[in-house]
Ligand binder design. Structure first.
Ligand SMILES: [Zn+2]
Length: 202
């Protein structure tokens, strides 16, 4: 619906579920999160279009998450979470099928290619369909924070929680409930040893 309106050059009415407003700068092609109705590109200073102009493709997602994270002064878990949520509010061009656009918050102690480490993994998962419109694969965009092997974090155990854009649930409520978890108090005392932003096909 949003796409149809913008291609007809009509400003779409307010009051959609997500208040975050994204625009693509037509001068430098960067994506902007519009704040306070201030339609100016934060990258180049150019004017941003007032009409919705982003049919964000899934391929662009990892770059958008990366640019949200780069805007932070320092990088800690709470900052990364806020950046991830801003990214999570942007709507992408996903197939019209259940659970095609999901956010996953998870943590636990995992051993990848080294010793076990506590890992906080913020994930957005998109369904990608084949030419026939059937499910083909998922694209997962990760913001992964890895910590050293500290017992305070290891005792947190593991946890995961999903949010889906088409569920009718409220993203802010989901985020708020997760914000009350003890994990935040625990990670506040530690610097992440490593932060990775990457995309994978699963
Ligand atoms: Zn620009």
């Amino acid at each position: 619906m949003v796409e149809a309106l913008s291609s007809a050059g009509v400003k779409h009415p307010g009051g959609f579920t997500y208040e975050a407003v994204f625009r693509r700068c037509l001068r430098c092609q960067e994506h902007n999160l519009v704040r306070e109705d201030y339609f100016v590109c934060v990258f180049c200073g150019g004017d941003l279009p007032e009409c919705w102009n982003i049919g964000l493709s899934v391929e662009e997602a990892v770059g958008l998450l990366d640019s949200e994270l780069r805007r932070l002064a320092g990088l800690d878990a709470e900052g990364a979470w806020r950046a991830f949520l801003r990214f999570g509010r942007g709507l992408f061009d996903v197939p019209d099928m259940p659970d095609a656009d999901g956010l996953l918050f998870q943590y636990g102690v995992y051993a990848f290619d080294g010793p076990p480490a506590f890992t906080l993994d913020l994930v957005r998962q998109f369904t990608v369909v084949d030419r026939g419109g059937d499910h083909d694969h998922y694209v997962q965009v990760h913001c992964e924070l890895r910590y050293g092997p500290t017992s305070a974090l290891q005792t947190l155990g593991s946890f995961d929680s999903w949010f889906f854009h088409d569920s009718g649930e409220d993203l802010d409520e989901w985020a708020e409930a997760l914000g009350e978890r003890a994990v935040w108090t625990a990670v506040r005392s530690f610097e992440p040893a490593e932060i990775r932003v990457y995309q994978e096909r699963v």
